[in-house]
Design a protein around this ligand. Structure first.
Ligand code: DGY
Length: 322
């Protein structure tokens, strides 16, 4: 190719990573996207061969204005926010960052499990706010984690890592849903595969780790919540729209289920006036699944490897639609 590669980079890249991209291309970096720099971003995109970044905003109309674009490298494992079908029609390669965030995201799920079972946020706030004035009584008791039945909805890489923590660290019997059996999970953890309805009825903690797509949209709706034990907790580190959020709020308010630990929401950032922000039986975190220094660095590094490999013709390490 006669002309130089042009890359648009958005958010989450370090100076060293940008320097690496600059060795193979002209790079225009946007630390963040705002209304103020949107026109500038769109102009850069219209010239770009590669796009890399976190929380990429790209739709079909933007693709149509980016005729040279051939590789998109998202700094995330999920790509439900990107127009894959349109990219496929254009032959645009999509790369993502699986594996490197598996363990951190499983840690987040477990933090939510612990916090939800033991009411950590609610009770820590007693201390922080000077309201710890008597010995803790039954009204403040939590629920055990060890020995409870953990139901993993979607036993892919992250689901399996959550299952390992539960079975090996906390002696939890593990149930899972998956389109095909997972013999390695069954052999190493004694995990048992169930249909979704059965898992919902048997688990004490239901943990969601499925990708978001048309099949998983509102997978957990009012009927699914009604199948869960009234003592059970729901933990979601997948995507907010896997759950019918109004149905969940209603179920939590009416005691259909006991509690929820949520890292993902139908709308992000979640509006501050959502009931989920203030309910005592909800622990809500701002989509921090992979948000550790080490993991975000590894994700950005892999995304850079993918883009450089794809543009240099060596091939990416982790493509979605190769
Ligand atoms: C992902 O990578 O998809 C996680 O949700 C973090 O954004």
């Amino acid at each position: 190719m006669g002309e130089a590669w042009r890359i648009v980079a958005v958010r989450r890249l370090s100076e060293a990573q940008l320097a690496r991209l600059s060795r193979i291309a002209e790079v225009e970096y946007f630390e963040d996207l705002t209304d103020d720099n949107r026109e500038e971003f769109l102009a850069a995109l219209s010239r770009a061969h590669g796009l890399i970044g976190g929380k990429l905003e790209l739709d079909e109309a933007m693709l149509a204005e980016a005729p040279a674009l051939r590789v998109v490298s998202t700094i995330s494992v999920g790509y439900d926010h990107l127009p894959l079908a349109a990219m496929n029609r254009r032959g645009i390669l999509l790369c993502h960052t699986p594996d490197v965030l598996t363990e951190s995201t499983a840690d987040t799920a477990f933090a939510l499990i612990m916090a939800t079972q033991r009411r950590l946020v609610e009770l820590a706030n007693l201390v922080r706010e000077g309201r710890w004035q008597a010995h803790i009584g039954r009204e403040h008791f939590g629920v055990d984690v060890h020995g409870k039945t953990l139901g993993i909805v979607g036993a892919g890489r992250i689901g399996a890592a959550i299952a390992r923590r539960g079975a090996l660290g906390f002696g939890m019997p593990v149930l899972y849903t998956a389109s095909t059996p997972k013999p390695e999970l069954e052999a190493s953890l004694g995990a048992q595969r169930r249909e979704l309805d059965t898992l919902l009825a048997e688990a004490d903690i239901v943990c969601l780790s499925v990708p978001y797509n048309a099949d998983t949209h509102h997978l957990i709706d009012a009927a699914a919540l009604a199948r869960m034990k009234s003592s059970a907790a729901l933990v979601n580190v997948a995507r907010g729209r896997v759950v019918d959020e109004p149905a969940l709020i209603d179920a939590l308010q009416r005691g259909v289920i006991r509690a929820a630990g949520l890292d993902v929401f139908a709308e992000e950032p979640m509006p501050g006036d959502s009931p989920l922000a203030s309910m005592a039986n909800v622990v809500a975190t701002p989509h921090i699944g992979s948000a550790t220094h080490e993991t975000r660095e590894a994700m950005a590094q892999l995304a850079v490897d993918n883009l450089v490999g794809a543009l240099a013709g060596r091939g990416p390490r982790t493509a979605v639609n190769e």
